[in-house]
Design a protein around this ligand. Structure first.
Ligand code: FEO
Length: 398
């Protein structure tokens, strides 16, 4: 990738990854992902902001060396130590042994632990609000712990009105030609932002909120995150999405998650869907948990106001992929949703009770449960209609 200018003094030095199948070994990457890094040039010094994943170090170094007017890199600011952004550090130090790595105390401990770099001359520890001058450009460090690791921070360059935001405002999707949102069709990246946030950062809403509050009031023309486009013309839109997600504020729609071995529990899921549709609900996302990606189920469940979960009894418990989904909801402490549940069994009615009990541990509004034995009947359909009516009554977004 060629060096791309974002502003007069800020350039993009990141890379695209279209080969990795699963991010963090878990989350599918159908459109790839970018590992974003940036270079800020001041009149007397220049600084890199973050690096890239280890396997892309060569490309990252090529990007830096393409900057023919840069003789040396004075600083590497490490906003985030997760290895998709710090893997390039060893190679960078080989090329620029005098570089100063800027981070907080946790960052420095992690660099030593991950990469066994322990020369104190290589480190500059900073605290919240500290600044480094690059001559006529300033870097100000803003501590934003748990967005998404404890060492996470953001870096603000006031003269360029640019914030380097770490994982906040990130999204899946490699960059298809452009770097800045103005040069890209952003529909894909915006859609993938829901999946990225809910999968990766979803557990840390209150920390994201604190970070958003800390940067409110800064003059920002460009948000440079660690993944996805540089946000410029879409700042208001992505800001609203991240704010909504961090506060668990849902959008209009219903997600139905179910497991089914032989189609009988699936019949109840379909019955819920058609009944909801008859009641005027149009945006309904249905996932067979044995087939859908967990990543997509989490994303839809996180995003929409209604959530209906169903399962057959399996080994006297909830069907394993549905239980895995419930675990993901508990981990992310989902809230502010209207929920309903249903369960089926051949002989032991465990699933329905277990799902509703588990959902009751979260801050959700329960519209009821449908329990079925073996196969759907007119009586079960009547139960579905009754629970679905209550469910729709409880939805605030219709
Ligand atoms: Fe892309 Fe939390 O790292």
């Amino acid at each position: 990738m060629k060096i791309r200018k974002i502003t007069d003094r800020v350039s993009y030095t990141g890379v695209n990854d279209r080969a990795t199948v699963r991010f963090e070994g878990l989350w599918p990457l159908p459109y790839g992902v970018s590992y974003n890094a940036y270079l800020v040039k001041g009149s007397s010094a220049c600084a890199l902001i973050d690096s890239v994943e280890l396997g892309h170090s060569r490309e990252f170094m090529d990007n830096i060396h393409e900057m023919l007017d840069v003789e040396k890199i004075d600083y590497l600011v490490v906003n985030h130590m997760e290895p998709d952004h710090s893997g390039g550090i060893p190679r960078l130090l080989e090329a620029f042994p005098d570089i100063k790595i800027i981070g907080n105390a946790k960052t420095i401990q992690m660099i030593q632990g991950f990469y066994h770099i322990d020369n104190p001359d290589n480190f500059m520890e900073v605290k919240d609000g500290a600044e480094v001058q690059l001559g006529d450009r300033t870097l100000r460090f803003i501590m934003t712990p748990m967005v998404h690791w404890p060492e996470t921070m953001m870096t603000y360059c006031p003269e360029e009105r640019v914030i380097f935001s770490g994982d906040a405002f990130g999204t899946f999707g490699a960059l298809n030609g452009g770097i800045i949102d103005d040069d890209l069709d952003c529909g894909l990246y915006i859609e993938e932002m829901y999946r990225y946030y809910s999968n990766i950062v979803g557990k840390y809403g209150r920390f994201v909120n604190s970070a958003l509050q800390k940067i409110t009031g800064l003059e920002i023309d460009y948000i440079c995150s660690t993944h996805g486009p540089v946000w410029h013309s879409h700042i208001d839109e992505v800001g609203a999405i991240v704010h909504r997600l961090a506060n668990y504020q849902p959008e209009k729609g219903v997600t139905i998650i179910y497991g089914s071995m032989y189609g009988n529990t699936a019949d109840v899921a379909e019955c819920f869907a058609t009944t909801l549709n008859e009641l005027g609900i149009r945006n309904i996302r249905i996932h067979n948990a044995g087939k859908s990606e967990m990543s997509d189920m989490i994303s839809d469940a996180f995003r929409y106001e209604g959530l209906i979960v169903g399962s057959p009894t399996y080994s006297n418990d909830v069907f394993p992929p549905v239980q895995a989904f419930l675990n993901a909801m508990k981990t992310r402490e989902i809230k502010h949703k209207v929920v309903a549940s249903f369960g089926n069994c051949a002989w032991a009615p465990m699933a329905a009770k277990s799902i509703s009990t588990q959902l009751a541990t979260l801050e959700l509004t329960d519209a009821g449960t449908v329990a079925m034995k073996q196969s759907i009947t007119p009586e079960v359909e009547a139960q579905v209609r009754s629970v679905a009516k209550e469910f729709v009554n409880l939805l605030t977004l219709k």
